[in-house]
Design a protein around this ligand. Structure first.
Ligand SMILES: [Zn+2]
Length: 198
């Protein structure tokens, strides 16, 4: 098996935006990558993640089916969030893949504790594997409902362009992460100034 490429960088602040950022290069998401994402973003527990990984061998048909839905949802949320980020509207039909998952995944919210804090967690009625997309579809739907005022942004580094939710007080955040893209920019600007001065 090939080694995992890079760990998912969960910097977006919203599940659906992190999902849109999942493996930004234009290639398909593998089952392994998707399960890792669910575990990293705590949609499922580590133990559950391990059981899900095994489905690729035990239920390849079901996994292939849900992978298609994963790709479709990812294309859909990327297109929608790009439009919102640019202050544009989007065709109503684009919401269809989100609605499809919401429809398929009946469930309820439940109070759970995590690290001493209460939170509401969606508990899906499990049938098929679509329930794995329920929390993502729900998060995407909430962002759509927030509308044009949702502070959805993309990293200003042209080679990065990760989506994130800017809930900084000044709403001036430019980078996915100051430590990565922010510093890279600062160093580049410094070198430019130095060259200009020299
Ligand atoms: Zn970045």
């Amino acid at each position: 098996m090939e080694p995992h490429i890079t760990p998912n960088r969960l910097i977006a602040g919203r599940l659906a935006l992190d999902f849109a950022n999942l493996i930004p290069e234009a290639h398909d998401v593998s089952w392994q990558e998707f399960v890792d994402f669910l575990v990293d973003s705590r949609v499922v527990s580590k133990e559950r993640g391990e059981r899900l990984e095994n489905l690729e061998r035990s239920e390849p048909g079901a996994v292939d089916g849900v992978l298609l839905k994963i790709l479709r949802l990812r294309e859909c949320v990327r297109a929608i969030f790009s439009s919102v980020e640019q202050g544009r509207g989007f065709p109503h039909a684009w919401a269809a893949p989100i609605n499809e998952i919401l429809r398929l995944t009946e469930g309820h919210d439940e109070l759970v504790t995590h690290e001493g804090r209460w939170r509401l967690e969606f508990v899906a009625r499990e049938s098929g594997l679509e329930w794995l997309l329920a929390a993502i579809a729900r998060s995407a739907a909430e962002l759509v409902v927030e509308g044009a005022s949702a502070p959805i942004k993309r990293c200003a580094n042209a080679e990065c362009r990760l989506f994130f939710y800017d809930d900084s007080r000044t709403r001036q955040r430019r980078w996915c992460s100051m430590a990565l893209c922010g510093n890279r920019h600062k160093v580049a600007a410094f070198l430019r100034r130095k060259r200009a001065a020299g």
